[in-house]
Design a protein around this ligand. Sequence first.
Ligand code: ADP
Ligand code: MG
Length: 291
Amino acid sequence: MWRLTSKRRGSGAIGRRNSGDGGHLIDLQQVEKTYLTASGPFPALRGVDLRIDAGEFVSVIGRSGSGKSTLINIITGIDRPTSGQVLVDGTAVQTLNEEQTAAWRGRTIGVVFQFFQLLPSLTAIENVLLPMDFCRVYKPAERPPRALRLLEQMGMASHAHRLPAALSGGQLQSVAIARALATDPPLLMADEPTGNLDSGAAEVVFRLFASLALEGKTVLMVTHDEELARRATRTVTLADGRIVAETTNPGSARNGEPAELRQDGTRHASSRCEIVDLRCDSARVAGQEDR
Ligand code: ADP
Ligand code: MG
């Protein structure tokens, strides 16, 4: 049966435990990132301490230029901190080389980039297949139907064979989300994933993330939308490269049904995102099957 998330292979459920030392799943200690620009060094992150536990759904807000994307790039190992420590599930991310980082990220984190970063020469479905092929997750025969199901869930099935150039911003964003979920990663990091979506599509994406968090995945979502942000379990506010506020949101997604289902005090159990039905219970690591 297809469901989106599966029992984690080998490593156990990273989404359900903290890092090996009994600490936090994500643990940033005094992280600084200074870019060297033509007009001199520019500090984009200035001593960020951030701890996120497994299963949390954390939103990050802050004005443009406050360091939100830099933060995501540092946690995902796309960029390195100038100083400080980045621990994700006990791995000191900044100590991995490029190849190790790519393999680690592929297994551990689904990333929805602010500007999508789809490969222009590949169709939508080929973009979604890519991480499964790269990480050899799922048996080869299972990957195309899974990719199609993910695209279907994002309303993109009819565009599966189109190149990115033929898609709108919202469509690219939907494909990028499908791709981020392809390997069923325990951690999902999304940089303004609803920025190009209309409010209905944004709601679908939010509910999807909320339901993934309810299943034990850890979600970090950067957003400009304060209302959406307050429906995550915790909201972190960045300003000028510093965390200036952290609030736990009462009645938020982690406390049962997604918060939006409970704003009027009622529960609508059927509103849970249908994408949970995408779980694939068959063997996940396809290293053997590939050969
Ligand atoms: P946000 O995502 O909150 O809009 P960013 O993390 O993208 O902010 O950027 C934070 C600050 O760092 C901004 O002032 C931006 O101009 C600067 N910055 C980001 N990336 C670079 C870079 N590669 N080189 C120089 N400055 C950068
Ligand atoms: Mg940004």
